[in-house]
Ligand binder design. Structure first.
Ligand code: LLP
Length: 414
């Protein structure tokens, strides 16, 4: 059963009415369900039972400490992409030996922090980064565990902005260069080659490209073994899609099973880096209608959330279902659901058939992933509050920002 369901016509998060949450914490407000987070993680862990495997949650999807805490308590590891994310997961109680560090632009300071923390692995994305990491590790008298992120040049068939596994993308090392680069890595004295990884894109709805990428990675693994380079783990990346509207994403079973079969008897630890699939449908953005403005061409419902809160519709043209918190019998007309930000691109949904009145509460669904983390203070709008529901309890897990905080770091001229 979904963690967000109606009771007597009112949308609830687990046992808590969204009307009560709006009353208590105001709007806009992000609402997460602990139960949904745990269920999503469990689906991966169940599938990987019996394997030497680790689910490394991709922190970038939603980095609230409470979300990280829920996952850490359930034994998840973490995939981070910055020193900031590293500090966050440590603050949430992560085990350093369950942290992998991805990203094309790790700075020296970030490498130092990760080396002194003692993370599981650096997912290295270029020859230049290999050299830098070796040098930084030498400076600290340490050995850096490394995996190369190999770009398998497969088409993930997803939005061009979130497709990462093609030759023309900035990510990873080119497939044909990987073998030579591994040999180079094995020669560098302060690196220890431990794994291989690959991430081909996000919101994938077809398991085939994952399997295609894995075939290439496994072929490379055999070549490396012939060179005397034996790897300890394989990291399959993230990217499994969710339902926003009417998509039919594969089950975790249908996604993982073919890959687990291919990996077969190889003695490899298996890592996965899901982000969206663990948090996307575990969160909604709660917003209130400020004004209704009907017209010849369009009807606008101006709500108190905006593109600075949820950027995905403006940025990618993404669809998020938008539903009234209180369902009623009134007749629907099409509405442009827009925010107060001064841009025509500031929309959350277009042409939505809804029966609306001033002051109505709306829930923007599937907003748990790449929502709050991509929000900004554009138009000097404070970031919204975040709450987590756990059964009948509601915890404020990030309070709403205060206006003064928005310019607290700024100074007038002397
Ligand atoms: N691992 C790596 C190396 C990644 O770059 C990503 C996401 C993930 C794992 C997690 O992917 P997921 O399982 O969440 O698909 N802002 C975009 C999505 C950007 C994804 C970036 N990388 C959006 O709102 O759709």
């Amino acid at each position: 059963m979904s963690a967000f369901a109606r009771r007597d016509g009112v949308l609830h998060a687990e046992s808590v009415s969204l009307i009560d949450i709006a009353r208590q914490f105001g709007t806009p407000c992000w609402v997460y369900s602990r139960q949904a987070l745990e269920a999503a993680l469990e689906e991966f862990q169940r599938e990987l039972l019996g394997f030497d495997a680790l689910v490394c949650y991709a922190v970038k999807a939603n980095s609230n400490l409470a979300v990280l805490d829920v996952f850490a308590r359930r034994g998840a590891g973490f995939d981070i992409v910055s020193g900031g994310e590293l500090r966050r997961v440590l603050a949430a109680g992560a085990n350093p030996q369950q942290i992998v560090f991805s990203g094309v632009g790790k700075s020296t300071a970030e490498m130092e922090l990760a080396l002194t923390t003692g993370i599981l692995c650096f997912n290295v994305e270029s020859a230049a980064e290999l050299e830098r990491l070796d040098m930084v590790a030498r400076g600290l008298g340490k050995t850096a565990p490394v995996s190369l992120r190999v770009n398998p040049d497969v088409d993930a068939g997803t939005h061009p902005y979130i497709s990462t596994g093609l030759k023309e993308n900035k990510f990873g090392v080119a497939y044909q260069d990987a073998r030579a680069l591994y040999r180079q890595a094995a020669r560098l004295p302060n690196l220890r080659v431990t794994g291989i990884d690959c991430h081909i894109g996000s919101q994938l709805l077809d398991p085939a490209p994952f399997a295609e990428a894995l075939d290439k990675i496994l072929a490379l693994l055999d070549e490396l073994a012939a060179d005397g380079i034996v790897l300890h783990h394989i990291d399959l990346g993230g990217g499994l899609g969710i339902r926003y509207r009417d998509e039919e994403p594969p089950t975790v079973h249908a996604y993982l099973q073919p890959m687990l079969e291919k990996i077969g008897q190889r003695r490899l630890q298996i890592l996965v880096e899901p982000g969206r699939r663990l948090v996307g449908n575990a969160g909604v953005l709660l917003t209130r209608v400020e004004y209704l403005k009907t017209g010849d061409a369009k009807n606008f419902a101006i709500v108190d959330a905006a593109m600075n809160d949820l950027a995905r519709p403006a940025l990618y043209g993404s669809w998020h279902d938008i539903v009234p918190v209180v369902s009623g019998p009134a007749t629907s007309i099409p509405w442009e659901i827009v925010g107060p930000v001064c841009e025509s691109g500031d929309f959350l949904g277009r042409g939505r058939e809804l029966a609306l009145a001033d002051g109505d509460l709306l829930a923007i669904l599937s907003a748990g992933a790449y929502g709050m983390v991509m929000s900004s203070n554009y138009n000097s709008r404070p970031r919204a509050a975040e709450v987590m529901v756990d059964g009948s309890a509601v915890h404020l897990v990030r309070r709403r920002e205060e206006i003064e905080e928005l310019y607290a770091l700024e100074r007038r001229l002397p």
